[in-house]
Design a binder for this molecule. Sequence first.
Ligand code: ADP
Ligand code: C5P
Length: 244
Amino acid sequence: LEQIQKVELPITSAHENMHKQPFVIGVAGGAASGKTTVCDMIIQQLHDQRVVLVNQDSFYHNLTEEELNRVHEYNFDHPDAFDTEKLLSSMDKLKHGQAVDIPNYDFKSYKHSVFPARRVNPSDVIILEGILAFHDPRVRELMNMKIFVDTDADVRLARRIRRDTVEKGRDIGQVLDQYSNFVKPAFDDFILPTKKYADIIIPRGGDNHIAVDLIVQHIRTKLGQHDLCKIYPNLYVIHSTFQI
Ligand code: ADP
Ligand code: C5P
């Protein structure tokens, strides 16, 4: 009993926490699973916070003339279709408080749009959304929370047919061929295996309001801890106190 000591380790001043990095959320899942819908719902609920959405689609490689001529043979669902180095450097800059220019991608021309890139300023919350958002371990490591939107394959295909024929002006035969040649195999080989990295798996995507509410509550708790330190700059946070 004489040897009882009280040890408090380590102590962090709130001042350090004031310069906390943004909260980075990754949202992955199959094409047309409802990732964008879920992100929009989160952003809507966080209307009083500074939130930015980055789409992995913005980082598609531009196609060469030869690839454009044989576009039906191009695999847009393979990890190599994306400029992951550029995605990583943009996310890294945002995480460290720097503004970045994110290109606009045009699905119809298969190229980056002639419109100027979108300037994205540092924010409290950064959401990265994309089919292969969890594929690269370096990108995953930047994330504070990982969400996988899990929607049945038939629902995804039905939505894709409607979206690609109506919004992208594609022919239904072309959509079905692309699905069976590239989209489905890439989902099985590259997207589904990243589900294991998710902190949260949302069944039914945007229909799942309870999941979205819980996610928003968690983000608010994390942002609230940050705000508390702004209000009470002399507050000290004791991470762990234990007795020997
Ligand atoms: P992703 O970003 O994963 O590709 P989206 O959120 O863009 O998915 O949804 C794909 C398509 O399905 C869009 O046309 C969208 O309007 C539609 N959609 C998404 N969620 C639902 C839903 N819960 N019910 C009906 N349609 C939906
Ligand atoms: O928004 P979503 O996650 O659905 O976007 C990814 C899908 O977009 C991929 O399944 C890919 O096949 C498709 N795509 C396409 N044409 C392009 C670029 C991507 O059909 N030019």
